[in-house]
Design a protein around this ligand. Structure first.
Ligand code: 5RP
Length: 267
């Protein structure tokens, strides 16, 4: 592996082999997502506990100070919205030169396997991998499910993750699902888990993250279940303990319960 590629991956995946990515890219198709309305307010308190931010160039430039930044995974696909015809019809929004200018450690792109735009999004990934490899920039493929959350099953996610890896993604982001080992076993590059919409209890989050880690995921790219929580700093500290300190779900819950007392409830 080229030095630059290896170095960038090492900025993202920590020495213990694990990673906590904090995605705040949701506005690129959802607009002002709940509790991400003012990105700086959401990002700043959480930044010390994240290994990297998954973010668009617009929010990076406007809402993150360059002298206090963490490694950046730059979201470079988009062009659709919640109110448009088809979320899957994404193109590339940001050039590789812009990723270099912004000192990105990686670029991230969604693929929509099984959608009407499967071919286009997969070819976008392949093109981005070609460009990224030229400059030593890893590509994280995001196995998007659009509005069809029922696609969060092992058969579908294993298919999408494997295709992403075959096309050259260096890291794949997917969703946790029952029988998650089937997703990880079939994917020859590191897998990180997203959370999707906020679930009912913190313990549910701790349990699925723990299960996914046990089954071979290297960590998380977890957004709404952290920053939509009433106590996001307590939440990210608990998730960090799962990812980097091998905490159990019960221990993560104890961390959350004790840390939330130190934090003002987020309105
Ligand atoms: C949005 C994304 C997000 O980065 C990803 O879904 C993770 O966030 P969350 O845990 O909130 O689902 O790709 O398109």
């Amino acid at each position: 592996m080229q030095w630059g590629m290896a170095n960038r991956l090492a900025q993202l995946i920590q020495a213990d082999g694990h990673a906590l990515f904090l995605p705040v890219d949701h506005g690129y198709f959802q607009g002002p997502t709940r509790k991400l309305e003012v990105p700086r307010q959401t990002i700043e308190p959480l930044l010390p506990y994240a290994d990297a931010l998954f973010i668009t160039r617009g929010v990076l430039r406007s809402s993150v100070d360059p002298d206090h930044a963490k490694p950046v995974i730059l979201r470079v696909s988009g062009g659709t919205s919640m109110v448009g015809k088809d979320l899957a019809n994404e193109g590339l929004t940001t050039s590789i030169e812009e990723a270099l200018r912004l000192n990105a450690s990686a670029v991230g792109i969604s693929i929509f396997v099984g959608s009407d735009y499967e071919k286009e999004t997969l070819l976008n990934l392949a093109r981005l991998v070609d460009e990224g490899e030229r400059y030593g920039i890893p590509v994280m493929a995001v196995t998007a499910v659009g509005r069809e959350m029922e696609k969060r099953d092992a058969r579908y996610l294993a298919l999408a993750c494997r295709i992403a890896a075959e096309l050259g993604a260096r890291v794949v982001k997917t969703y946790w699902c029952p029988n998650f080992e089937k997703v990880v076993i079939g994917c020859p590059v590191p897998v990180v888990m997203a959370g999707g919409p906020q679930v009912n209890t913190e313990l549910e989050v701790f349990e699925f993250v723990h299960d996914g880690l046990e089954k071979g995921s290297i960590g998380v790219n977890l957004g709404r279940n952290i920053w939509q929580n009433d106590f996001p700093v307590a939440m990210i500290k608990a998730i960090r303990a799962l990812v980097h300190q091998k905490a159990t779900p019960k221990e993560a819950q104890e961390i959350y319960d004790s840390e939330k007392g130190k934090e003002k409830k987020r309105s």
